[in-house]
Write a protein that binds this ligand. Structure first.
Ligand code: OGA
Ligand code: MN
Length: 287
């Protein structure tokens, strides 16, 4: 089998074919996939009925996987698997049912935010022959690169707070997130550079999201709020985005430094959507 990298035609995203992820990959094959990932920022594989074990084995090649602390995060058997789903069993949601209501990057409120997320579609809702629940991705490296020089200068050295609480309040404060936040040792907020240098490809990335970014350190409140809104809007301009239309058995991986994402809730509660996510832990952020 030959691995092929097929860019989506959007600023970010590429489909990878010719790699059987149910089998261990050679170092050469993995190196090709890894390079494509850091080049295209979002990659996806289609039509592979992976098991949880396959997903864990493959995504762990990118780095150490995060293990979840709480049993309520519904990993069933594997602490590496975070369940994203609207399915309710015996009156209890089996996973996070409101993930991605707002544009965000995963784990932004952690001192060491996630480096990579990988989401695998087990069940995808559909209507009239089209699958629903698309995920939107935006390239924060492309959004930064397109800023005028004067803005790049203005952003130099700025730090911003990424707040779990803001996210919770803005999304209505429900679900598993609320449970996590209520625990005494929950991670609540982290301060990160507003412009991050990507640890692998060196690209400068805007680290500002509608969901998590709550204030810019040292700026008056009004100015901080306006700048956050302006930069968050810059990131999600259509020219910097790719919309993933899911099919069952897709595995989509995204870079949590150089992209942000949001979900679409355009399907009824009665239509089951089931995703399993693994995340690669990140290091300290740099500017
Ligand atoms: C996530 C997430 C969005 C979606 O899993 O981190 O934000 O469309 N998911 O499921
Ligand atoms: Mn997410």
């Amino acid at each position: 089998m030959t691995i092929e990298i097929k860019p989506t035609g959007s600023t970010l995203g590429a489909e990878i074919t010719g790699a059987d992820l149910t089998q261990p990959l050679t170092d050469a094959a993995f190196a090709q996939i890894r390079a494509a990932f850091y080049q295209h920022e979002v990659i996806f594989f289609r039509g592979q009925a992976l098991s949880d074990e396959d997903q864990i084995r493959f995504t762990a090649r990118f780095g150490e996987l995060r293990k979840l602390k709480l049993a309520s995060q519904a990993h069933v058997q594997h602490p590496e698997i975070f369940v994203v789903s609207n399915i309710v069993k015996e009156g209890k949601p089996i996973g996070s049912y409101d993930a991605g209501k707002l544009w965000h990057t995963d784990g932004a409120y952690l001192a060491k935010p996630h480096a990579i997320s990988a989401l695998r579609a087990l069940e995808v809702p559909a209507h009239n022959g089209r699958t629903l629940g698309d995920t939107h991705f935006a390239s924060t490296s492309a959004a930064y690169a397109a800023l005028p020089q004067s803005m790049k200068k203005r952003l130099e050295g700025l730090m911003a707070a990424q707040s779990f609480e803001q996210h919770l309040v803005k999304t209505g404060g429900t679900g598993i997130k609320k449970e996590i936040y209520a625990t005494a040792n929950a991670d609540r907020e982290a301060i990160h550079p507003l412009v991050r240098v990507h640890p692998v490809n060196g690209r400068k990335c805007l680290y500002v999201t509608e969901g998590y970014t709550s204030r810019i350190v040292g700026l008056p409140e009004d100015e901080s709020r306006e700048l956050i809104a302006e930069l968050a809007a810059q990131c999600i301009k259509p020219e910097f985005t790719y919309v993933h239309n899911w099919r069952q058995h897709d595995l989509v991986m995204w870079d949590d430094c150089s992209t942000q994402h949001r979900a679409t809730f355009d399907y009824p509660a009665s239509a089951p959507r089931l995703m399993h996510r693994t995340t690669v832990v990140g290091g300290a952020t740099v500017q």
